[in-house]
Structure formats: structure tokens, C-alpha cells
Ligand binder design. Structure first.
Ligand code: AHM
Ligand code: MG
Length: 345
């Protein structure tokens, strides 16, 4: 056994999200603290939502039905509550000029001279709440484009994903984690909430998605609605070929945050392709696809709609949908190969 080193590397133990954000800010000359304070607000809202999510099972144990219960309208559904919580905290925080939420028809324009516009899915995977399966929050942060002396508008939000200033997600799973990136070289970092003291600690520094994985994640119940190339790809990942590590294992939670989180850490591929029922795909470009595309690229992965890079799609509307394929670079390229072959056929 090796004797312990006299000079062990400095421990990462106990680095809080706040400290980490401040360290990153110190490395950005000219930073004013506005962005830092917005991230704090998101983390605060996440903790508030987490505390409600943790209690969600109690209502079921007591026989509550979900939408209405003995407390009637006083108890909000969890997704409405999550939406309200993030909106309230960010509006009060004074750093945002506009917020677009998957839960709301139109954008919320915030008075004042906030420098950032936020897109978010406050509670992703909400069909999994009642069955105690991981759910999440997804967010993207853009720099304001409009003149701060004028009210903000949709153009502040309708920016391509490549212009994201930061993106992240919170997974309310067996533990609660916040994962975020400011893009490129700054890396993707994960923080786990210690629920006993209400603090996020750095637990996954500089996450890198493996070059290829061994799992595929897609709703195969949609097979009959898929186009030929998606069907051929799904057959291919299941075929036996020792050299390329096939067949892949199947994993599908039905919460994008959970499926993407696993894929980010372990590699492999998640796909929600277009199909006959959803010709534009099911997932939303602004709230789901762009933030994850940004994170996967920052972690060395890839994200496309089958043919185009997600981050290069010019958004036309807030609730626009897109096919989404994210994961290990090799695995996403394999998916694309099938789509391209079909296009050329
Ligand atoms: P939601 O934002 O309303 O929860 O819907 C999005 C969810 C994603 O989390 C998940 O990847 C997908 O829908 C699952 O869809 P399906 O049930 O069609 O497989
Ligand atoms: Mg969602």
C-alpha cells in the first residue's frame, strides 16, 4: 500500500455553490455580480421547490388526489407551485427583464433594467410526480438585447441557443442536484443539496460526457409513428455486434431531466425524434432542447435535431417544438448517419 502523500491535493470537500460561482466570477474581468446574483436566486428557488417536492408523497399517502384535495384551491399543483416560485424569486431579485416559462402562454416582462432574459421549464416530467419518479427544472439565461430604458420584449428571449450565457437544470431525484455551465471552457459542474443544512455542495466537478456509451433512451412506444431512419437506427442499436458494444441497454424514465442527467454522466444517447403525431418533435426548443444542447456541448457531447445543430436553430416562437437528440458525440453521430442516409436515398 502506498503511504499517504505528505502534500495531498486541496480537498474539494465543502465548496458551496455560492463559493464556486464567486470563484468563477473572480475569473471574469469586468463581472458586476448581476449574473452571480441571478444564479443565487435560481438556487434559492430550487431549494424552495425541493422542499415541496419532498413532501409531495405525503399528500398521496393521506389519500389526496392531486389536483384537488380537502384543502381545495389552497393547495396548488406542484408544477404551478414551481412556476410561481421561480417567477416570484426572479422578479423580486431585479436581475431579469423577461421570463418565458413552459407553463405560461406568453412571456413575463419584468419592470426595471434587469440584464438577463430567462427561459425555463419549472417542473419537467410532471407526469412522474404522482409516482415518485425523478422530476426537474430546466433553465437558460440570455443577455438582454433590448435597450434597458425600454420595456423588454420577446426578442430578448427568442435568441438561438448558441447565444446562451448559461444553462442548467435541477434534478429532484434520490438526491437533489443543480448542474450548470456558463459554456465552453468553464465546464459543466454539478452540486448536490445537503438537505439537512440546505446548501448545495460541489460534487461533480467538470463533468465530461464519455465519447460513447452503452445505453439508448427513447420512447419505443412511438415506433409505429417513427420515420424509416429512426426505426432503422433503433434496430441497429439493438443488434448484436461485440466490436461496437451493441446491443445497447435501454433506459427511459420519461423525465427529460433524468434521462439527460444519466446520459451526461454515463454517456449514450437520448432521442425524442419527430413522429407522425408530433411532426416537429414533442420537446420545446426554448425550455428544454437549448439548455440541454448547451450543457452537452460544454461537456464534450453533441446535440442535434437529427440533421441540424440544436444551438443554431433560429427560434420563431417561444413554445416552438423540435426533435432532440443528445448524448455522447459518437452516439449522436450514429443517429445522424441514419437520418442522412435516408435523406440521400
Ligand atoms: P413536460 O415538460 O410537460 O413534463 O413534458 C416533457 C416530458 C419530458 O420530460 C420527457 O422527456 C418527455 O416529455 C416524455 O414524453 P413521452 O411520455 O411522450 O415519452
Ligand atoms: Mg418539460
Amino acid at each position: 500500500m502506498q503511504p499517504p502523500s505528505l502534500h495531498p491535493p486541496p480537498s474539494k470537500l465543502g465548496i458551496t455553490l455560492d463559493q464556486h460561482i464567486r470563484n468563477q466570477m473572480a475569473m471574469s474581468p469586468g463581472a458586476t455580480g448581476h449574473f452571480t446574483s441571478l444564479l443565487y436566486q435560481i438556487a434559492l428557488a430550487a431549494k424552495l421547490v425541493d422542499s415541496q417536492v419532498r413532501k409531495a408523497g405525503l399528500a398521496n399517502v393521506l389519500g389526496y388526489t392531486g389536483e384537488t384535495n380537502v384543502q381545495g384551491e389552497e393547495v396548488q399543483k406542484l408544477d404551478e407551485m414551481a412556476n410561481e416560485t421561480f417567477l416570484t424569486v426572479m422578479r423580486r431579485g431585479g436581475r431579469v427583464c423577461a421570463i418565458a416559462s413552459e407553463e405560461l402562454e406568453s412571456a413575463v416582462i419584468v419592470e426595471g433594467n434587469g440584464r438577463y432574459a430567462v427561459t425555463m421549464d419549472p417542473l419537467d416530467g410532471s407526469s412522474n410526480i404522482d409516482v415518485n419518479i425523478s422530476i426537474g427544472t430546466i433553465f437558460g439565461i440570455y443577455r438582454r438585447k433590448s435597450d434597458p430604458t425600454e420595456p423588454a420584449n420577446d426578442a430578448d428571449l427568442l435568441q438561438p441557443g448558441r447565444d446562451l450565457r448559461a444553462a442548467g437544470y435541477i434534478i429532484y431525484g434520490s438526491s437533489t442536484m443543480l448542474v450548470y455551465s456558463t459554456g465552453g471552457k468553464s465546464g459543466v459542474h454539478g452540486f448536490t443539496l445537503d438537505p439537512t443544512i440546505g446548501e448545495f455542495f460541489l460534487s461533480h466537478e467538470n463533468i465530461r460526457v464519455p465519447a460513447h456509451g452503452s445505453t439508448y433512451s427513447v420512447n419505443e412506444g412511438n415506433t409505429s409513428r417513427w420515420n424509416e431512419s429512426t426505426r432503422r437506427w433503433a434496430e441497429w442499436v439493438k443488434a448484436d455486434d461485440k466490436e461496437s458494444g451493441r446491443p445497447y441497454g435501454a433506459r427511459y424514465v420519461g423525465t427529460l431531466v433524468a434521462d439527460a442527467h444519466r446520459t451526461l454522466l454515463k454517456g449514450g444517447i437520448f432521442a425524442y425524434p419527430a413522429d407522425r403525431k408530433s411532426p416537429q418533435g414533442k420537446l420545446r426548443l426554448m425550455y428544454e432542447a437549448n439548455p440541454f444542447a448547451f450543457l452537452f456541448e460544454a461537456a464534450g457531447g453533441r446535440a442535434c435535431d437529427g440533421r441540424r445543430r440544436i444551438l443554431d436553430i433560429e427560434p420563431q416562437s417561444l413554445h416552438q417544438r423540435t426533435p432532440l437528440v443528445i448524448g455522447s458525440p459518437d452516439d449522436v453521430s450514429d443517429f445522424e448517419r441514419f437520418a442522412v442516409e435516408e435523406a440521400g436515398a
